[in-house]
Design a protein. Sequence first.
Length: 262
Amino acid sequence: MPSQKASKRRRQATQTPPPVRSGKAAGAGRPSPRVLIIAGVVVVVVVVAIVLGVVLTGGSNSSSNTSAATLPNSDSVQQLLGGIPQSGNVLGKPSAPITMIEYIDLQCPYCRQFETEALPTLIKRYVRPGKLKVESRVIAILGPDSQRGRQAAIAAGKQNKMFNFQQILYDNQGTENTGWLNDSMIKSAATSVPGLNVSQLLSEQNSSAVSDKLQTIDGQAKAAGINSTPTIYLVRQGGTPKLIQLTAPNDPSAIESAIATS
């Protein structure tokens, strides 16, 4: 007969072994109600943030941003003209004894030379000290872009920022009649002028007030027989305008000589 010890070993071998536990407490794989609530709150916050972002940006990407880029040389223009009085299309102190009248076209490459190379010298030497003021009569002889640009320039003049606006356009002038002086360029130029209300300019550029001013300038140009730009006159208070023959568009010497003898 088998011993009692052998019988005990056989009984132990036939018993089912107890289940092996992983070491985690029962129910450890299920999140607690508190954790579920916190996770839900986080999801709601994220969703709200996304919705607000879509609403505030109009539901589109950054390319739909309506702000315009600042054009190059805006700082130098501000430095050149800062502190000098402007009134409409006139730059300089009202008491200045001599007025320089300029007929210009914003697309004209010769006007660009005059405005960016000769005029800054005249501004520093004569306008800022109060000896000379400049009356800008911007005309359109080169096409539709010139007309669009001068409407905006006169609108800028209603905020006494016409010369800043014109100077920035000349500094960034494109090839005439290529469409460069479009609505986007006008907006960028306006954005580049500190203190200029862009929305106001855009709303006023097609106004009757701007149209009336342009008609006045066109009448003055017709009476003077203007057929090219830049055309420059000097006039002392109470005197007759004198036509100045420029030696070159970028050379202010003829104007300086006329100022000295006026």
